[in-house]
Every structure is written in C-alpha cells, then in structure tokens.
Design a protein around this ligand. Structure first.
Ligand SMILES: Cc1cc2nc3c(=O)[nH]c(=O)nc-3n(C[C@H](O)[C@H](O)[C@H](O)COP(=O)(O)O)c2cc1C
Length: 188
C-alpha cells in the first residue's frame, strides 16, 4: 500500500485475531517507530513487546488494579479487565523515557515524539495489512503497572498498541470522519 493510501484509510480495528505480525513485519513496524521525528535526538521512545502468557500476567495486574481502585467492581467487570490484553495476539507498550531537566527540549515534545512513533506503528501495521488499536486508560498512569513493566513513575506510557489480523467477520467501526478542510483556517 502506498503512503497516501495508508494515511487516508487507517482505522482502528474492530476485532483482532491471530496471527500476530510476522517477525519480518515486526522489524518493519519497529523501524517505522524509530523513524519518528525526535527534537534534539533524545531518543525517548522505548517499545515493550507483550505476547503469549505475558498478556495474561498484564491482565491479572490490571484486574488487581481495578479491585484496588474500585472495591465495588463486580466479578464480571474484574474478569473483563483481566481479559483485555487477550483482545490481540501482540501488544506493544509505547513508552516515553523523558529528560525533564533538558535545557532546550520540553517534556511535551519528547512525549509527542513518542506519540508520533505510536502513530507510525499504527500506519506501518495498516500498510502491511494488519489491524491495530491504540489503547490507554488508567493503567497508563498507574505507578504499580509502570513498576510491573519496569518503567519509572516519571516516564510515560503513551499507549498499548494492540496488533493482529483484522477479523473478517466483524464489521469495521464506521463513523463520520471530519473533513480535512474543517480543521483549517487561515491566519493572516
Ligand atoms: C492517545 C490515544 C488513546 C486512546 N485510547 C483508547 C482506549 O483506551 N480505548 C479505545 O478503544 N481506543 C482508544 N484510542 C483510539 C481512539 O478511540 C480511536 O482512534 C478513535 O475512536 C477514532 O477511531 P479511528 O482510530 O478508527 O480513527 C486512543 C487513541 C489515542 C490517540
């Protein structure tokens, strides 16, 4: 798929199934992330891959977090939380390791660079024929989850990229997308 087609057709996948991207395609996806713009060449982005039973371990930690943060959470909600990482065969936690004391490059620019890397992952996956979904939620801002993943509390989980094959039996989520021109106004 050419770049413009990928940009104009990318969408979040409704449901992801096996197989995960092949090792060769993962190399391309990682290389695309590494190509994100990066002010000051600070290299803030780290990619943590989570597959197989590691997804179950993450799901258990997510369920424990839900119980701790919401003692009223019912059995069904706890079970649903534990199963969330199983909704794709392959996850990438996209992390921004920030230098908050940098004299020139503010933290937000470092996080934006990692956000661009996350978007490159989505676009590369789409161009290679896979589905991708960018997931966040409270777990991204939770020190316990960060510690479990080996991330310092001051660093940022920009998102969990859920990757896999688009389930052909589930319709894509369709909605009205803004027209590009509607974002634009001229400043004089
Ligand atoms: C920073 C960020 C966080 C997101 N977190 C979630 C999330 O937690 N759960 C989810 O279903 N989608 C999440 N999304 C995906 C958006 O919901 C999705 O992009 C939006 O609905 C538009 O759909 P599209 O990707 O098909 O354009 C996130 C997207 C971004 C950029």
């Amino acid at each position: 798929m050419d770049a413009i087609s990928a940009l104009l057709t990318r969408a979040s996948a409704a449901r992801l199934i096996e197989p995960a991207p092949s090792p060769k395609d993962l190399e391309t996806i990682f290389a695309s992330a590494a190509r994100a713009p990066d002010h000051g060449r600070l290299r803030p982005t780290r990619l943590l891959t989570i597959e197989g039973t590691a997804r179950e371990k993450l799901g258990r930690a997510m369920a424990e977090r839900l119980i701790a943060s919401n003692p009223q959470a019912g059995e069904a909600a706890i079970a649903r939380e534990a199963k969330k990482p199983l909704r794709a065969p392959y996850l990438i936690a996209v992390i921004s390791v920030v230098d908050t004391d940098h004299p020139k490059i503010p933290e937000i620019e470092q996080v934006l660079s990692t956000g661009a890397a996350a978007q490159n992952i989505m676009l590369a996956a789409h161009a290679l024929g896979y589905g991708c979904l960018w997931k966040t939620g409270g777990i991204c801002y939770d020190d316990g989850i960060k510690a479990l993943l080996g991330i310092q509390s001051g660093d940022h989980i920009v998102g969990f990229m859920y990757l896999g094959t688009i389930d052909p039996e589930i319709q894509d989520i369709e909605f009205d997308r803004p027209d590009g021109n509607s974002l634009v106004s001229e400043w004089r």
